[in-house]
Design a protein around this ligand. Structure first.
Ligand code: NAD
Length: 278
C-alpha cells in the first residue's frame, strides 16, 4: 500500500507568486483563512518577507517567476513546511500603451512574466502534486490570474491582453491534462482591480479610460472568488460575470468592438474627470 504522508485534514502548504502586495497579498490572506501554511513569494524578496510577517504567513521569500529552476526550488521549500496543497500564479506586469509604442524590452517582460512565468509555476506545482500522489497525498489546486482582457479586445493594453488570453487558454488545456491526478486548475478573469498596477497607467491614456468605463474591484473580492473555486471543478470565472458576457460577445465580433471603443473611452474619460483624476 502507498505510504500516506499526511492524515486527511492535515495542513497543506500554498505558494503565492507576486504576493508582496495587491491581489497576491489578498490571496495569501484568503489562503491563510482557509487553513493553508502560506509561502509568500515575490521578485521583491524584502516585500515578500515583510508581507509574510505582517499577515502571519509561514514564510516570505524571493522568487522571480521567469526562472524555471527557482519555481522548483520554492515548491521544494514549501513541501518542507507541509505537503503542497495550492500554487497561485499571481505575479504579473503591465505596461500600458499601443503595441507600436512599447519598447522591445517592455513587450518581452510582459510575455516572460505573464506567460512563461505562469507556465514555469504550473509545471513546478503539477510535478510536485504528481509525486505526492505516488506517496498517497492526493490532489492539489492551481490558481491563475487571467483577466477580463483574456476575453476581449483592449486597445491600449494589447500586449498585456494577449498574455492574459494565453494563460486563460493554458488553464483550460492544463485543467484536462492534470485531471487524472485530481489536480484542479482555476483561472480568474477580473475587470479592473484597484492596485499599484492600475495606478501605474497613464491617467490620460486609453487603457485608463477603458478601465474607468468598467468596474473597479478590490483585491479581496478577487482573492475570495479565486480561492472560492478551490475544491470545485470550475475552471474559470469572470468578475463581474456580466462584463464577461460583453467581453466574449466583443471577441466574437471584433469589428463591432472597434466601433464601440471610442464610445467606451468617452465614458471612461468622463468618469476620470468626475473623479478629479484629470
Ligand atoms: N489590477 C488589475 O486591474 C488586474 C486585473 C486583472 C488581472 N490582474 C492580474 O492580477 C495579478 C496581480 O496584479 P496586481 O494588480 O496585484 O499587480 P501589482 O503590480 O500590484 O502586484 C504584482 C506583484 O507581482 C510582482 N512581480 C512582478 N514581476 C515579478 C516576477 N518576475 N516574479 C515574481 N513576482 C513579480 C511585483 O513585485 C508585485 O508585487 C497580475 O497577474 C495581474 O495581471 C490585475
Amino acid at each position: 500500500m502507498a505510504k500516506t504522508l499526511v492524515k486527511p485534514g492535515s495542513p497543506r502548504s500554498a505558494v503565492v507568486t507576486g504576493g508582496a502586495r495587491g491581489i497576491g497579498r489578498a490571496i495569501a490572506i484568503e489562503l491563510l483563512g482557509r487553513g493553508y501554511d502560506v509561502v509568500v513569494t515575490d521578485v521583491d524578496a524584502a516585500g515578500a518577507e515583510a508581507t509574510a510577517h505582517e499577515i502571519g504567513a509561514s514564510l516570505g521569500m524571493g522568487l522571480d517567476v521567469t526562472d524555471p529552476a527557482a519555481n522548483r526550488e520554492v515548491a521544494a521549500r514549501a513541501c518542507e513546511i507541509a505537503p503542497l496543497g495550492a500554487w497561485v500564479c499571481n505575479a504579473g506586469v503591465a505596461t500600458d500603451g499601443d503595441l507600436t509604442s512599447l519598447s522591445i524590452d517592455q513587450v518581452r517582460l510582459m510575455v516572460d512574466v505573464n506567460v512563461l512565468g505562469v507556465m514555469w509555476g504550473v509545471r513546478a506545482a503539477a510535478d510536485v502534486f504528481r509525486n505526492q500522489a505516488t506517496e498517497g497525498v492526493k490532489g492539489g489546486e492551481i490558481g491563475i490570474l487571467a483577466s477580463l482582457s483574456s476575453h476581449a479586445p483592449v486597445p491600449g493594453l494589447s500586449v498585456y491582453a494577449a498574455t492574459k488570453a494565453a494563460v486563460l487558454s493554458l488553464a483550460t488545456s492544463v485543467a484536462a491534462e492534470v485531471h487524472a491526478d485530481k489536480v484542479r486548475v482555476h483561472a480568474i478573469c477580473p475587470d479592473g482591480v484597484a492596485t499599484a498596477m492600475v495606478d501605474g497607467f497613464d491617467v490620460n491614456g486609453g487603457a485608463r479610460e477603458i478601465l474607468a468605463a468598467g468596474v473597479m474591484l478590490t483585491p479581496a473580492q478577487v482573492a475570495s472568488e479565486l480561492v472560492g473555486m478551490f475544491g470545485t471543478r470550475r475552471v474559470y470565472k469572470t468578475l463581474p460575470a456580466w462584463r464577461g458576457v460583453i467581453g466574449r460577445t466583443a471577441s466574437l465580433s471584433p469589428a463591432v468592438a472597434v466601433r464601440v471603443d471610442p464610445l467606451m473611452r468617452k465614458v471612461g474619460a468622463r468618469r476620470l474627470r468626475k473623479a478629479g483624476l484629470r
